[in-house]
Design a protein around this ligand. Structure first.
Ligand code: BGC
Length: 714
């Protein structure tokens, strides 16, 4: 097993630099110009050892020595892919003369790419977002990385961590959700886990959330939205997880392709955030130029050398590009290779760890924690095996393992458990009848009418959504909706299990059914996990990582035809909160078979300086008869702010396990700098001296406890 140098001792100090104070408005708001050191709204576990542990200086000396021996050709060879895929991996050239290994890159976000053969298929990123469980996500990152190494690769092209702006984005399933704090926490966990074994790659930098036009679309975004909504989680990946590589996106941002976007790559990522690793382009058409890309900070063209091979050499020889720019990129590439010991501890093929019992068990555990119970009228769930005699399962999706899209994130396990198999294996003496159709006959309906309960499985598949194709609608297909309505008309105990990568519209049928479960694309063990939840062997504990709107009309526009789109400040829960729209299911929502009570919210300080840290405590009690997990969510509002702010912003969360009757005091540390907004006039983060309201509860529309505190200049 690789022991990266970076896991040794050492620390990365994030020191807030409070530059100036000023009285800004008639409300006497004192502003802190937090400058470049403000990490944005970002409570997250500390990274372990800085980019290269305590070996940083030694590594830089080795890089100096290597650079002095390398020819210009050899340097440029470090900066592009080798061409095609080899054994399912994307290589960059080795330098045999100097003993510098090339990279061997492989996807991806839900397991190791199918191009390498079988691997554990984990629930997709969106499902893992629904666990709200960074500890579990760190284990997923580590497991995927162990399989990555065992396949001979040293760079894992994951996690996908773009903000979901609209649920019809084809790759919604790959990312974690709609909120930068939530995405950031999970991505930091994944990267930290993965980088015990391989180099991770945070992708796609940035504002990549449309598929149909991804190669051409220009996303215009104002500076505040960029910094507050679309970048904070990438910043966490750099500053807290020390991610080794960042993949630039296909699209343009503010008129420049991301692979040649100097503001994103050079100024923000490498400048302000002091990213120490390398940037590789997204694949195929993502690199668009030679000199502008190199000058902007693109270090590696993948997967070939259309712009970075001979053309890069000519650019240096003709004086169009300083060799120092090449040296800077090669230094970054070598730094990653040496810090991660790719030269001395290469990956060893090891089939034994692929789909190991530990990894498939982890896939099961994640699927269990990801399933969200959205509706459960009259306690129809859990199904009681001891009282039920018969059950109908309906819908073609029930018999298929629905694992997600077929793009670069495709993973093919050696087995996968469809819902139907899971239900049959858990049903005990209950007779299970399967109806594999959308068009029920009168005899099907008669049979449904006399069974004790009916489960309809519906949703989306790789044919509907994925890389390269956005989903065409929010709602289910007409035949699936009809199936639900027909089954519900025949049997009052109808339960709908939904699969898919993001939100699904339910307005035409939700009032007719008793229960709804959102299972996402639940991975190879998904059928078991869903059945365990249905029969109550597992208490559902997933919470929505995105808003489920009632219709397209309640969402920001999604234009996947135009070459020009504008991303403004509002989407997701901030959008519906601001416009007073009632979502079908709010961000953070999810039911349980037990109940919880929130109590005794308290802040440690009523007044704090802008460089302080607030301690917030709340008591959570399991008031039901079953053990269960609750995700306690902390939101903050800036009252009387000088700028337009969302009604509430998520600042922290904690997934808590409690036995029946159990109580726990949950404690959050809230650095006041996380309340800053990005001031476009000064290009700095500013903390307003004003009153902040703190809300705690189970989701954005149920926040039973609140209190306030003030931030003031001492
Ligand atoms: C995708 C990336 C992926 C790469 C390599 C691209 O098309 O956008 O996410 O890592 O292919 O497979």
């Amino acid at each position: 097993m690789m022991r990266p140098l970076r896991s040794g001792a050492g620390s990365h100090a994030l020191v807030a630099r409070w530059v100036t104070w000023q009285v800004a408005t008639g409300l006497a708001l004192a502003l802190c110009a937090c400058g470049d050191d403000n990490p944005g709204p970002a409570p997250a576990p500390a990274g372990e050892a800085g980019f290269c542990g305590d070996q940083g200086e030694a590594v830089e000396r080795r890089i100096d020595a290597l650079l002095s021996q390398m020819t210009l050709d050899e340097k440029i060879d470090q900066m592009h892919g080798s061409g095609g895929m080899v054994d399912g991996l994307w290589p960059t050239p080795d330098n045999m003369r100097l003993g510098i290994p090339g990279f061997r890159m492989v996807d991806g976000p839900r397991g190791v790419s199918a191009a390498t053969g079988h691997a554990t298929a984990f629930p997709v990123g969106m499902a893992r977002g629904a666990t709200w469980n960074p500890t579990l996500e760190a284990r997923v990152g580590e497991a995927i990385a162990i399989e990555t190494r065992a396949k001979g690769a040293n760079v894992l092209l994951a996690p996908t961590m773009n903000v979901l702006r609209h649920p019809r984005w084809g790759r919604a399933q790959e990312t974690y959700g709609e909120d930068p704090v939530h995405i950031g926490r999970l991505a930091v966990a994944f990267i930290t886990g993965a980088q015990h074994h391989v180099v991770a790659s945070a992708k796609h930098f940035a504002l990549n959330s449309i598929e149909d036009t991804r190669n051409v679309v220009n996303v215009s975004v104002d500076e505040r939205t960029l910094h507050e909504v679309y970048l904070p989680h990438f910043r966490l990946a750099v500053e807290q997880a020390y991610v080794g590589s960042v993949m630039s996106a296909y699209n343009k941002v503010n008129g420049h392709y991301c692979s040649e976007n100097a503001q994103l790559l050079r100024d923000i990522l490498k400048g302000t955030w002091a990213f120490r690793g390398f940037v590789e382009s997204d694949w195929f058409s993502a690199t668009r130029s030679t000199v502008p890309s190199a000058m902007a900070g693109l270090d590696i063209e993948m997967p070939w050398s259309l712009f970075y091979g001979a053309a890069l050499l000519r650019a240096v020889q003709s004086g169009d590009l300083p060799e120092a720019t090449i040296d800077e990129s090669v230094r970054r590439i070598l730094r990653v290779k040496l810090c991660f010991r790719l030269d001395t501890d290469p990956p060893q093929p090891d089939p034994a760890v692929i789909e190991s019992p530990e990894h498939t068990q982890l896939a099961l555990e994640v699927a269990r924690q990801a399933i969200v119970l959205l509706k459960n009228d009259a306690g129809v769930l859990p199904l009681d095996r001891s009282r039920l005699r018969s059950l109908v399962v309906a819908g073609p999706l029930a018999a298929m393992a629905n694992l997600g899209d077929e793009g670069s994130s495709l993973v093919v396990p050696s087995y996968a458990v469809p819902l139907l198999d899971g239900v049959r294996s858990r049903a005990g003496n209950v007779a299970v009848t399967y109806l594999d159709t959308y068009s029920l006959t009168p005899s099907d309906l008669a049979r449904i009418a006399v069974t004790d309960a009916a489960i309809v499985v519906a949703g989306f598949t790789k044919a509907d959504e994925g890389e390269d194709h956005d989903r065409s609608r929010l709602d289910l297909s007409a035949d699936q909706e009809q199936l639900i309505l027909d089954v519900a008309a025949a049997n009052p105990q109808t339960i709908v299990v939904l699969e898919g990568g993001s939100a699904i519209g339910m307005e035409r049928w939700i009032d007719r059914v008793k229960a709804v479960l959102m299972a996402w694309y639940p991975g190879q063990e998904g059928g078991h996990a869903i059945a365990e939840v249905l029969f109550g062997d597992i208490n559902p504990s997933g919470r929505l990582p995105i808003t489920f709107a009632r219709s397209d009309a309640d969402l920001p526009p999604f234009d996947n035809r135009s070459r020009e789109v504008v991303y403004d400040y509002y989407h997701g829960y901030r959008y519906v909160d601001r416009l007073g729209i009632e979502p079908r299911f709010p961000f953070g929502f999810g039911l349980s078979y037990t109940t919880f009570r929130y109590n005794a919210l308290a802040v440690a300080d009523t007044v704090l300086p802008p460089d302080g840290t607030q301690t917030i405590t709340v008591q959570l009690t399991n008031t039901g008869a079953r053990m269960g997990d609750e995700t306690v969510q902390l939101y903050v509002s800036a009252l009387g702010s000088a700028v337009d702010r969302a009604p509430r912003d998520l600042k922290n969360f904690a997934r808590i396990h409690l036995e029946p009757g159990g109580t726990m005091t949950v404690r959050f540390e809230l650095p006041i700098k996380d309340l800053a907004y990005y001031d476009v006039a000064s290009h700095t983060w500013l903390v307003e001296a004003t009153t902040y309201a703190v809300f705690v509860g189970p989701h954005t529309r149920e926040l039973p406890l609140s209190t306030t505190f003030r931030v003031a200049v001492p």
